[in-house]
Design a protein around this ligand. Structure first.
Ligand code: CP
Length: 310
């Protein structure tokens, strides 16, 4: 059983809760693969997607997850909503609550915005990415993809390379992977590496090769130009040459190591196109798994709501 009405981050979830979401996603994936897109598990419930930042994968898969489980699904376009008239996040949340919404999937540029919203609404809030803080469903789908491929998470070496500083995906993966017993190695230009990540359980490598050496999985992270004030690396070309992942770097990983990336990818910057499209890439599978993971999260939160008369 999940212990909270909301899914805000993996820092606050136990290994048991994470495993329960992954186990549920396995069931959801079997259902999807057998053509089951008409479940009634969330019949009569309503899901709102409220995205203050752009998204393709997360928003679409939350919307489809709600639809496939039988919920009503409404997307609020922030660009054409009353947010543009200055409505606050809390007022927007209380307005949605008054419309008897059950779930709000939110993406927001401010770290902590989903937690603030969750405190003020009866609906269950699912964090679809908040600033540089957490992106829990992305990390859950990454872990689901690794578990599906290797049959386990414990004991895997996962190398995460790229813009660690601005990456909510890196943070959520670090929390989740460590809780399930993986070793997490990180590497980025020093200007993109936050201080004291070791205290959270990361190994900070001093080169790409050290990070990737013996890895079971290599995860590239997007250079988040929108969160930078500039000047963190000389040029995209130099970034690719000195910090990107290519065939030469992958020689240090295990022979069958897999490639992950949360997307969207800057092709030829974080990863070479050959690696993105190659046999070892699980990137498109990650997208499919995102649907199963979000279905599982919605279902478990719905059970929490029923058990707690929400
Ligand atoms: N990985 C991810 O969050 O992608 P979107 O920005 O397309 O949702």
């Amino acid at each position: 059983m999940l212990k909270s009405k909301d899914l805000l981050g993996l820092y606050s979830l136990s290994a048991e809760e994470i495993t329960e979401i992954l186990d549920g996603a396995e069931e959801m994936k079997r259902m999807l693969e057998s053509g089951g897109k008409r479940s009634e598990l969330l019949k009569g419930k309503t899901l709102v997607t409220l995205f203050y930042e752009n998204s393709t994968r997360t928003r679409t898969s939350f919307e489809l997850a709600g639809k496939y489980l039988g919920a009503h699904e409404v997307n609020i376009s922030v660009a054409t909503s009353s947010v543009q008239k200055g409505e606050t996040l809390i007022d927007t949340g209380e307005t949605l609550d008054s419309l008897k919404i059950d779930f709000i999937a939110i993406r927001h540029p401010m770290a902590g915005a989903p937690a603030l919203l969750a405190k003020h609404v009866k609906a269950s809030v699912l964090n679809g990415g908040d600033g540089m803080h957490e992106h829990p469903t992305q990390a859950l789908l990454d872990m689901f993809t690794l578990r599906e491929h290797y049959g386990r998470i414990a004991g895997l070496k996962v190398a995460i390379l790229g813009d660690i500083k601005h990456s909510r995906v890196a943070m959520s993966n670090l929390f989740g992977l460590r809780k399930l017993g993986a070793e997490v190695y990180m590497y980025s230009p020093s200007t993109m590496m936050p201080k004291e990540l070791e205290k959270l359980g990361a190994h900070i490598a001093s080169s790409r090769e050290e990070a990737v050496d013996g890895a079971d999985a290599v995860m590239g992270l997007r250079i988040q130009l929108e969160r930078m004030n500039g000047g963190l690396f000389p040029s995209l070309g130099e970034y690719a040459r000195y910090f990107g992942v290519n065939d030469g770097v992958m020689k240090y990983a295990k022979k069958d190591a897999v490639i992950l990336h949360p997307g969207p990818v800057n092709r030829g910057v974080e990863l070479t196109p050959a690696l993105i499209d190659g046999d070892r890439s699980l990137i498109l599978g990650q997208v499919t798994n995102g649907l199963a993971v979000r279905m599982s999260a919605l279902r478990l939160l719905s059970q929490y709501r029923e058990n707690n008369n929400l």
